[in-house]
Design a protein around this ligand. Structure first.
Ligand SMILES: C[S@@+](CC[C@H](N)C(=O)[O-])C[C@H]1O[C@@H](n2cnc3c(N)ncnc32)[C@H](O)[C@@H]1O
Length: 213
């Protein structure tokens, strides 16, 4: 079965969680993984790898260096990743468990977090906890890249996540829209987490301080 067919099948089983009908394009993936360093022994975390378009690009860039932890909640997709990418450490758990997942592997901090999670689909307190959890595991020089669909850019959930990203990081840069992706998408790159790795994430901002939506 092709990667697209595997992904489409999982979308039909769980559309909200899968959030996309087809895998990301190579153009989008290029931007998502741009922060993965070409030297050294980095710890790279990938969230929501799906069938693995970004996993393949990360593995190619790492070429056996460092660690690559791929966190995919969908067990069927996780099993597919284990088979396809023996060089990555695939974990069939939720991204919210990231601090514990790293601690279990004796890893204090990540150098890069690459996320294709449908972040604006996560609502309520759970949604609010995602960005702080990611920021809390990044090293001081770490980078978090997050993809987002361009059509949802102005929707309240996306604006709330972006406001949260700006609270958690000193620098947040948005890429241009990648039109060669279905649907068109962009990548946020966040640098310099305001809370050092290992420290508890700050509580979510009170409702009144959130970006108007
Ligand atoms: C929009 S797809 C992206 C898939 C792939 N990275 C790509 O770019 O084609 C989102 C992926 O996130 C996974 N996912 C959703 N919620 C998750 C969670 N809480 N923890 C880890 N993965 C999750 C889904 O199963 C799905 O594979």
């Amino acid at each position: 079965m092709s990667e697209t067919a595997v992904f489409a099948r999982e979308f039909l089983r769980s559309p909200l969680r899968t959030a996309s009908l087809i895998p990301s394009s190579s153009r989008l993936v290029e931007r998502l993984v741009a922060a993965v360093p070409e030297r050294g022994e980095p710890v790279v975390v990938e969230l929501g790898p799906g069938t693995g378009p970004a996993t393949a690009a990360i593995q190619h860039k790492l070429a056996g260096r460092g660690r690559h932890i791929a966190v995919e909640l969908n067990e069927r997709l996780a099993a597919h990743l284990v088979e396809r990418f023996p060089g990555a450490e695939t974990v069939a758990e939720s991204a919210w468990e990231l601090p514990r997942i790293l601690a279990d592997r004796g890893l204090g901090a990540a150098d890069v977090v690459v996320s294709s999670l449908p972040w604006s689909a996560f609502t309520g307190p759970q949604g609010q906890a995602l960005v702080p959890a990611i920021a809390s595991v990044l090293s001081e020089t770490g980078v978090y890249t997050q993809f987002a669909y361009a059509f949802a850019h102005w929707a309240p959930p996306s604006r709330r996540r972006l406001a949260q990203l700006r609270r958690a990081f000193e620098e947040v840069v948005a890429s241009r829209t990648v039109y060669r992706n279905l649907p068109p998408a962009l990548v946020y790159s966040a640098r310099r987490p305001r809370v050092p790795a290992g420290q508890p994430a700050p509580p979510a901002a009170p409702i009144a301080n959130r970006t108007a939506s």
